[in-house]
Design a binder for this molecule. Structure first.
Ligand code: RP5
Length: 166
């Protein structure tokens, strides 16, 4: 069984549609991870316990997704020095701008690395966690470099659907 290195948490199961994009990337790179619902306002004691144990459990990064008044990433970061990567989940009324501002506007002293709203942010948070791990894992760095090369090739091969001549 793989050592769990990355924790993926979210405020609700309704965040899964977004956060699954982080999990897919972690799986693609073969990273040991765990994923669970840890709600800041509905499970505050469990949230604190998760953060308090994160370092001793060996977590190297926590990817935390939440929507609306998205205090989960900041409150986790307040209770652990394990890097917290925040993913703003799109909300119903404000389309995730509220989530983004809640996560990104941390006061000085407790940083949360904040990513884009939605699926791209979730995927990029996972790629960033992998980049952190790759600092101490040369094989993983090679995998990450190959991933980038594949993307470059995909973009290079792109063809535009232009018909007719100028
Ligand atoms: C936040 O409230 C969650 O992160 C979610 O984005 C949002 C809505 O939660 P549900 O009402 O769908 O459970 O805590």
């Amino acid at each position: 069984m793989k050592t769990i290195q990355v924790g993926v948490v979210m405020g609700s199961s309704s965040d899964w549609d977004t956060m699954q994009h982080a999990v897919q990337i972690l799986q693609q790179f073969g990273i040991g991870f765990e994923a669970s619902v840890v709600s800041a306002h509905r499970m505050p004691d469990a949230m604190f316990a998760y953060a308090e144990k994160a370092a001793s459990r060996g977590l190297k990064a926590i990817i935390a997704g939440a929507g609306g008044a998205a205090h989960l990433p900041g409150m986790l970061a307040a209770k652990t020095t394990v890097p917290v990567l925040g993913v703003p989940v799109a909300s119903k009324h404000l389309q995730g701008v509220d989530s983004l501002h809640s996560i990104v506007q941390m006061p000085k002293g407790i940083p949360v690395a904040t990513f884009a709203i939605g699926n791209a942010g979730a995927a990029n948070a996972a790629l960033f966690a992998i980049a952190l791990l790759a600092n101490f894992d040369s094989d993983l760095r090679l995998e990450l470099e190959a991933f980038r090369r594949d993307q470059t090739q995909t973009a290079t091969d792109m063809v535009l659907p232009i018909t007719g001549s100028a």
